[in-house]
Design a protein around this ligand. Structure first.
Ligand SMILES: Cc1ncc(COP(=O)(O)O)c(C=O)c1O
Length: 389
């Protein structure tokens, strides 16, 4: 039973496997090749860029940069800005390393300060605090995930975008946990930059992601090299998106995420969300009946994704995950989920973090009920899990 869809979705819809396989066999030729195949690759890449841009309501597909991952996109967005000593950054208390580590790097290297927005279980972002900070005028960047990969909380991203716009700060959205899970519209969010991963809610293979950058923002490059365009010049062109897409494109990752988006558009995000909400609601209700269980994040399924983090008295998250894997073939993820900031925020660091379950389209209510049964049997007394290293 696979309950780690927040890390990467699995299985993928059948059409994704087929699209990637077909592309790999018939079109693995870079767009730069002078041949029929090269032209078809270039046309396919342009089609995919349009489909993906439409999915996020990005009006000009040139403002969509393909990257190897959400991590790379977020690094490009944060490290690529023109930082000055005294600039400030505001971020949620739930950020992933992919946001918080590059922020710490610019703080270290450029004399920039950063502040975390206070969190409460039913109010993951204190909007009054955000407004007060923005009013001070020193905040250059407001960075926030749309949904936490630890608690599943959905953050008030649109309200953050309105505040950032009102006070003239740049707004960076991490949509790694929301793309394909919730509607994501860059205009509606008033996002200046938005990063996503191809292999999570968009059902593509690993190795693909993207970054939207609003017109008027010129980022520094993270890597330089050949783009297949302006080949006779020694320097990079500065043009979007090729300035940031150096080296041979990962056409397979792009084709895979596009097939995932086509499937999402046909299936309907709302239908998928409805299914995942049913599973999450059943799981949360079942957890209520188990003694010594603490669940993190809001209990309201309307304000959360299908990511559920918990702890159990008497057994560490790591041992729980190992016992579930070894005895019941259950996949979960334990520890800090690359987000120690989020764990500090919810009080599980210092400590052992949480065990996290995240449901996807192929999970069923029966599986969730089985999982609840396994958790009820979890050996919790000292010594009962001595076999676990
Ligand atoms: C909230 C969040 N941001 C960023 C990332 C990084 O995504 P990727 O591993 O695709 O780079 C993840 C991955 O787990 C995530 O959950």
């Amino acid at each position: 039973m696979y309950f780690n869809n927040a890390a990467t979705t699995w299985p993928k819809p059948e059409v994704v496997y087929r699209a990637v396989d077909e592309c790999f066999r018939s079109l693995n030729s870079p767009e730069r090749t002078v041949s029929d195949e090269g032209e078809r690759s270039a046309a396919l890449m342009a089609d995919c860029r349009r489909t993906i841009a439409d999915f996020f309501s990005i009006r000009d597909p040139k403002r969509l940069i393909f990257t190897p991952s959400a991590t790379y996109s977020l690094n490009l967005a944060i490290l690529g800005l023109d930082w000055r000593e005294g600039d400030g950054i505001l971020m949620s208390g739930l950020e992933h390393h992919a946001v918080s580590r590059p922020i710490r790097k610019v703080a270290r290297e450029h004399g920039v300060t950063f502040t975390c927005i206070p969190y409460a279980a039913d109010n993951p972002i204190d909007l009054n605090f955000v407004e007060d900070q923005l009013k001070s005028g020193h905040v250059k960047l407001l960075a926030s995930t749309m949904a936490s990969n630890v608690t599943g909380d959905i953050l008030p991203s649109r309200e953050l975008g309105e505040l950032a716009e009102r006070y003239g700060a740049l707004y960076l959205v991490d949509a790694a946990q929301s793309a394909g899970v919730l509607p994501v519209d860059v205009d509606d969010l008033k996002a200046d930059m938005l990063a996503f991963a191809g292999h999570k809610g968009l059902f593509g293979p690993p190795g693909g992601g993207g970054l939207f950058v609003r017109k008027g923002i010129q980022l520094e490059t993270l890597a330089e090299g050949g783009t297949g365009k302006d080949s006779g010049r020694h320097e990079m062109s500065g043009r979007y998106p090729s300035n940031y897409e150096v080296g041979t494109h990962n056409l397979l990752a792009v084709v895979g995420m596009t097939a995932g988006i086509d499937w999402l558009n046909q299936t309907g995000i709302d239908n998928l969300r409805g299914h995942e909400q049913k599973l999450t609601e059943r799981f949360l209700r079942g957890l209520n009946d188990l003694p010594g269980v603490t669940v993190f994040g809001t209990a309201d399924v309307k304000n959360r994704t299908s990511v559920v983090s918990l702890t159990m008295d008497g057994v560490t998250p790591g041992k729980m995950a190992q016992w579930l894997a070894e005895h019941h073939n259950v996949s979960s993820r334990a520890g800090f989920h690359c987000a120690p900031l989020a764990h500090e925020t919810i009080g599980t660091l210092p400590g052992d973090g949480t065990i996290r379950f995240s449901f996807g389209f192929s999970n069923t209510l029966e599986e969730v009920e089985q999982l609840l049964g396994f958790l009820a049997e979890m050996p919790r007394l000292e010594g009962q899990l001595d076999w676990v290293v």
